[in-house]
Design a protein around this ligand. Sequence first.
Ligand code: PLP
Length: 404
Amino acid sequence: VTGAAEWGESTRAVHLPPPPVPEQTSLGLPVWRTAAFAFSGPEEFAELLAGTRPGYSYSRIANPTTDAFAAGVAALEGHGVPGEVAGETFASGMGAISAIVFALCRSGSHVVGSREVYGGTYGLLSHVLTRFGVSVDLVDTGDPAVVRSAVRAETVLIYAETLANPTMSVADLPALAEVAHEAGLPLVVDSTFATPVVCRPLAHGADLVVHSATKYLGGHGDVTGGVVAGRAELVRRVAAMRTELGAALSPDDGFLLHRGLATLPLRMERHCASALAFAEATGTHPRVRRVDYPGLSTHRDHALATKLFNPGRFGGVVTVTVEGGRAGAAALCQRLRLAVVASSLGSHRTKVSPVATTTHRQLDDAALAAARINPGAVRFSIGLEDPEDIVDDVLKALDGLDEG
Ligand SMILES: Cc1ncc(COP(=O)(O)O)c(C=O)c1O
């Protein structure tokens, strides 16, 4: 019927000939930039929506381009992991995390999480979930005994970050998995800072791994997205909640994130190597009080990181603490020429944020201390520039602090 000669101009313009369906495989990922799919008739439509027939119906439910990205992350995170590992995508990291918690919690549920989590996650767990009758205990997940004693009959999940923001504390994944599985609970791990190139939590016993794909997976700071990978049955429950909540990834962003995966190992190798050089160089500067980077033997979780992480990889974020509290942190940021003061992390550009006044502004000094953060902390997301230039920039800025 397409282009029927008797139709008027507007009808013919709307009903153009259908695109070719190539027999050959496209090497580039096609972008199925569509909200909706068409069916042979009402029966196929109904069966698709009922889930009794495989296929695509509506891009909030599933889309082939975003599915390609999900499958890519599932393959990387699930490498060597027994059983079926599935992936699902989301409009943002918080979209993914909220779909997980709403899928697993109901009124009366209890969540045990790490004290050291991203501020947005802290807000979701502490302020949003609690309005729906869910109780939350954020504890020192570095001590498995503390986690075990926080678990109650109503607990539905244990939540931690592989590498915590900004202290780069390392989660003891096998110990946390043991506590979770003893109690029949899933261990959910945010691995945004690590990526599967540094650590694969599913291989260490986690049941679900979640990423803000906005960071390293995309890698260029031009996409907002989230992704979950893990035990297929759990991932399906989370995807069903995404359909209800609506935080679906756009096909265009799915394309960019899928493309990002191809260079993820190369980029991470460079991020990690430059971050180690940066941590070593800043660690000996007289104006520096402390450097948090698990690649340094002085970091309290160095041994754990060495045990759990892929050899020689400790992530691309380094937190440098200077004297002078918030004013000292601001002065250091102000003196940097290459590193840009910016939100987010994990992109090709070196980015910097004074922790106490930006990413962790919700915490007062006591809460900062509990999270092991000094007000003089500055978080560096080490980019892909020449490492000598990044190091030179920070050393000059630190030297400049002496000039007042
Ligand atoms: C560790 C971590 N998890 C989750 C998020 C949230 O991701 P998004 O901003 O993509 O929603 C962030 C954002 O900074 C993060 O750093």
